[in-house]
Design a protein around this ligand. Structure first.
Ligand SMILES: Cc1cc2nc3c(=O)[nH]c(=O)nc-3n(C[C@H](O)[C@H](O)[C@H](O)COP(=O)(O)OP(=O)(O)OC[C@H]3O[C@@H](n4cnc5c(N)ncnc54)[C@H](O)[C@@H]3O)c2cc1C
Length: 507
C-alpha cells in the first residue's frame, strides 16, 4: 500500500483523505528489471508465484496431496491478492472481493473447503445445507435508489411500464432456461468453473458477439432492464453490456446453480473484511512456506527452473531453484517474467474502491442494506458489511463504494485513474453518492481511495473460448493458474485454477 494523506477542508469541516492501492510502483519495475544480482539461493521442489486465491488454492492442493516441499512468493506484503482487506478503528473492510454465493451442489471441492472453514456445516434431512448464518447476508440485503426513493431489491419496480415488466419476465425466464440447459454430452451450457461449460458451437457463437447486440437481437429494449443488465455486468466483470460477450452476460445469470437450496438461494456469504476472510482460511497451508514482499521478475529453464525474485524489504535479489514452478499471476505479469507474449487477448479493467467512515447518525432511521445501488449511476453503489459483524462496536459506519471503469480503452482509464488526486477522487465519489444522500458530507469522518489498475480480466468477445493456449505448461516445468485463465474473475474460478494447475504439476 502506498498511503498519501491529505486533509479536506469544506465549509469549516475537515476529514482525512488517503490513497492506497496495489503496489504498482514495485510491479512496474518488471518493465525496467533494474534489480541487483542475486546474493542468496533457495531450493524447493515446487515454487508457487502469487499469493492470491489461485496460488493459495494450489498450496492447499499440494499440502492435501502429501507434498510438503513447496514455497510461495508474493510481491505485496500480505497474501490474498484481490481478496485482501484493510482495517480502521471501527471495522475491517474489503479492498477487493467481498462475497461468495452458495456454490453449485456439484462443486464438491469448494463445498469441502467451506466445510473445513466451518462455513458449511453439513446437510439436513431434506438435503438443505446447514450454513453458518452469521457469515451470510440477511435482510435487508439489497436496495435500489430509483425515482427518488429507496426500494427493496435491485430490480427496478416502481412505476415501470407494462412493456418493461413483460421484458423483465421474458428475460428472467430465458435465463432460467439457460441455467438448466445441458448439451448433448450432458454438460451445462453455463457452468462454474467455466471450464465445465459446454463447448458446443452454439455456446461458442455467444462468445463472439457483445451482450448488447444479443439483447437487441432478442428485442430487449426496456431502459430499466438494459440498465440492470449493464449494472450487473459492470458489478461482476468491470465492463458493461456494450463490451462483454453475450456468453459472459448470460453466464452472470445462468452460471450459478445455487437454486438447489430453497432456503439460501438468495443469500450470499460475506464478512466485514470481504473475501479476505476466505483467504485467511488458507493460512494453515502456507505457514512457514511463504515469503511476502518478494517480486518475481525472471525465469530460466535449466535442468530445473531458476527464478529470480527481488526482496523488497531487504532490497536484495534471491535465486530460487525449483523442480517445477506454478505461476498464479495474471498474464500481463507472466509476459514480463517470461519475456514473451504467449497469447493476445487479455484485457484488464481498472477499479476504484472508496472506504468511507461515517458518523453513526448517517442514514437516520433508515436501515442501510448490505448492497445499496443508485439507478442510472456509472458507479456500483456501496456495501455496508457491518451487519455481519456480531462483535461490532455499534458506532461509526464504514461503507465501501465500488466503481469500475467501463470503457473500450482500459489502458487509458488505468493511466487516468493513477493520475487522479485526492480531491478529484473525492468529487467523483461524492457527486455520485449525493444523488441518494445529498447531505452525506455532513457525516464523513474519512475517505480511503484504493486504486487497482489491473483489477480484473474483462470477458470481452473471444476471451472465454479463445485463449486456451495460455494454460499450456512449458516443458513440463512451468505451469499456469490465475482466475484470468477462466475469462471471468470470481473466487470459484481462482480456487479451481489453483487446483487444476497444481494437479497438472504433481503428475
Ligand atoms: C474490486 C474487485 C472486486 C471483486 N469482487 C469479487 C467478489 O465480490 N466476489 C468474488 O468471488 N470475486 C470478486 N473479485 C474477483 C477476485 O479477483 C477473485 O475472487 C480472486 O480473488 C482472484 O484471485 P487470483 O489468485 O486469480 O488473482 P489475484 O488476486 O490477482 O492474485 C495474484 C497475486 O499475484 C501477485 N503477484 C503479481 N505479480 C507478482 C510477481 N511478479 N511476483 C510475486 N507476486 C506477484 C499479486 O500481488 C497477487 O497477490 C473482485 C475483484 C476485484 C478487483
Amino acid at each position: 500500500m502506498l498511503p498519501f494523506l491529505q486533509y479536506c477542508e469544506k465549509k469549516g469541516k475537515s476529514w482525512l483523505l488517503k490513497i492506497t492501492g496495489t503496489n504498482h510502483v514495485l510491479g512496474h519495475r518488471l518493465w525496467a528489471k533494474d534489480f541487483p544480482k542475486p546474493t542468496e539461493e533457495i531450493h524447493t521442489k515446487f515454487l508457487i508465484v502469487g499469493g492470491g486465491i489461485s496460488g493459495l488454492s494450489a498450496c492447499r492442493f499440494l499440502s492435501q496431496h502429501n507434498e510438503s516441499d513447496y514455497q510461495l512468493l508474493e510481491m505485496e506484503n500480505h497474501t490474498g491478492g484481490n481478496s485482501s482487506n484493510g482495517q480502521n478503528k471501527f471495522s475491517k473492510f474489503p479492498l477487493g472481493a467481498h462475497y461468495l454465493p452458495l456454490p453449485s451442489k456439484e462443486n464438491e471441492e469448494i463445498i469441502d473447503f467451506l466445510k473445513e472453514s466451518k462455513i458449511y456445516q453439513g446437510d439436513d434431512d431434506n438435503g438443505e445445507p446447514i450454513l453458518d448464518e452469521y457469515q451470510m447476508t440477511f435482510p435487508q440485503q439489497e436496495r435500489l435508489f430509483f425515482k427518488n426513493a429507496w426500494q427493496n431489491d435491485v430490480v427496478p419496480q416502481k412505476g415501470i411500464s407494462k412493456q418493461s415488466q413483460k421484458e423483465f419476465e421474458r428475460f428472467f425466464s430465458m435465463m432460467d432456461g439457460f441455467r438448466d440447459r445441458k448439451d448433448s454430452s450432458g454438460r451445462y451450457y453455463f457452468a462454474i468453473p467455466v471450464g465445465d461449460s459446454s463447448k458446443e458451437d452454439e455456446a461458442q457463437q455467444l462468445d463472439k458477439i457483445v451482450f448488447k447486440d444479443w439483447l437487441s437481437q432478442h428485442n430487449f429494449t426496456s431502459e430499466e432492464l438494459l440498465w440492470l443488465l449493464d449494472y450487473s455486468c459492470r458489478d461482476d466483470y468491470g465492463l458493461g453490456i456494450k463490451y462483454v460477450s453475450a456468453w459472459a452476460g448470460i453466464h452472470y445469470f445462468a452460471g450459478r446453480k445455487n437454486n438447489w437450496s430453497k432456503k439460501y438461494k438468495d443469500q450470499v456469504f460475506t464478512w466485514p473484511e470481504g473475501n479476505a476472510r476466505l483467504a485467511s482460511h488458507f493460512s494453515r497451508y502456507i505457514e512457514g512456506k511463504s515469503l511476502t514482499g518478494h517480486l518475481v521478475f525472471e525465469t530460466k529453464i535449466t535442468e530445473k527452473v531458476e527464478v529470480l525474485s527481488f526482496d523488497n524489504i531487504q532490497k536484495k535479489t534471491k535465486k530460487i531453484v525449483a523442480d517445477k514452478v506454478l505461476f498464479a499471476t495474471p498474464q500481463f505479469v507472466n509476459e514480463r517474467i517470461l519475456n514473451k507474449k504467449r497469447t493476445g487477448n487479455f484485457n484488464y479493467v481498472p477499479w476504484l474502491l472508496t472506504t468511507i467512515t461515517l458518523k453513526n447518525e448517517f442514514g437516520g432511521d433508515e436501515e442501510l442494506a448490505w448492497d445499496n445501488v443508485i439507478y442510472g449511476s456509472d458507479g456500483l453503489g456501496y456495501i455496508y458489511d457491518q451487519h455481519q459483524n456480531v462483535e461490532q462496536i455499534m458506532g461509526e459506519k464504514v461503507i465501501t463504494y465500488y466503481k469500475s471503469f467501463s470503457t473500450a480503452n482500459c489502458k487509458k482509464a488505468r493511466k487516468d485513474l493513477y493520475a487522479l488526486q485526492e480531491n478529484q477522487l473525492k468529487k467523483i465519489v461524492l457527486d455520485d453518492l449525493k444523488k441518494a444522500h445529498p447531505l452525506i458530507e455532513d457525516f464523513i469522518l474519512d475517505m480511503q481511495f484504493h486504486k487497482i489498475g489491473h483489477a480484473m480480466i474483462a470477458p470481452v468477445p473471444n476471451q472465454v473460448f479463445g485463449n486456451s493456449e495460455a494454460k499450456q505448461p512449458i516443458d513440463g516445468k512451468i505451469f499456469f493458474a490465475h482466475s484470468d485463465l477462466s475469462g471471468i474473475s470470481i473466487f470459484e474460478e481462482a480456487f479451481y485454477q489453483g487446483i487444476r494447475a497444481a494437479k497438472e504439476m504433481v503428475n
